[in-house]
Design a binder for this molecule. Sequence first.
Ligand code: TXA
Ligand code: MG
Length: 317
Amino acid sequence: MQVDLIKKAVHILNQGGLVAFPTETVYGLGADASQPQAVQKIFDTKQRPADHPLIVHLASQAQLFDWARVVSPEAYRLAQAFWPGPLTLILPKQEHVLASVTGGQDSIGLRIPAHPVARALLEAFGKGIAAPSANQFTHLSPTTAAAVEEELGAKVDLILDGGACQIGLESTIVDVTGEEAVILRPGMISAEMIAAVLGQVVSYRSEASQRAPGMHHLHYAPMTRTILIRKAAWPDFLRGNADFPLALVTHTAMTVENEHIHRVQMPAQVEPYAHLLYQTLRDLDHQHFACIVIETVPEDAAWDAVRDRLNKASARP
Ligand code: TXA
Ligand code: MG
């Protein structure tokens, strides 16, 4: 990334503008987290409800106490283990933090991303950047600059292009405000990885008890009707299905001979699967299929984040 583009981005942020930038998870829609009007632009641009809190991105742990009032030993251990990286920590917020950033809650989401462009931007800016995923509310998160362009286009002042996001799914969110760490959103930093660092089992907070409304099921969905199907149920489904043409997304071998079915073969390993998932769904969404059928993924914990996003992708009524 050229230095002058980063300079331009910093200037725009200081002026209260919006800069979309790559992170290793997904692209973010960034604004100066300390300027109320700039933060408001994020909500207007995404058409995001005001009570959905934003993640504030930082360059380094030296900035942690600018935003967090308390950092528990558990929080600190997770920060040491996974930052910079695809982890967001929910911490008690400092007094001055804008209510629009936290959705009026007493906590704040903080993340130090690892992507070199995000780091260059955060270091040059020197302050916190509030950044949700750079998509319209409820849409799929963008994992390329072209996808940001498609989602937000002229509404952003600048899009920094850092290529395709390596991970491709949003960060793992861990609430460390209480006595026990709780995962609010699964990501590629798994529950097992977190448990290994903390030396104790961590649980997921169920959606029903979720305070953060951003977790609700309408997130991360293609516009095309999307259905999850176990491989064993596929023959029955096909017999009863009248919705053609359809796209069939599988990660195991399946023989399908039907000219109205478009096959997409995904990798059988979770990392490359996650990396391709949103771009694949976005591409399929452009092709006017009657529906997108996705083979369910393995039950084991390594697939938790992918399974979570597939459940959300198939939740549009
Ligand atoms: O990977 C990511 O996390 C990306 C990149 C750009 O960093 N960002 C992202 O932001 O996914 P967004 O706004 O699309 O999702 C952030 C989620 C929301 O669901 C929100 O509810 C939750 O984080 N969140 C933020 N602050 C919170 C808080 N104080 N308490 C609970 N949840 C919070
Ligand atoms: Mg989002």
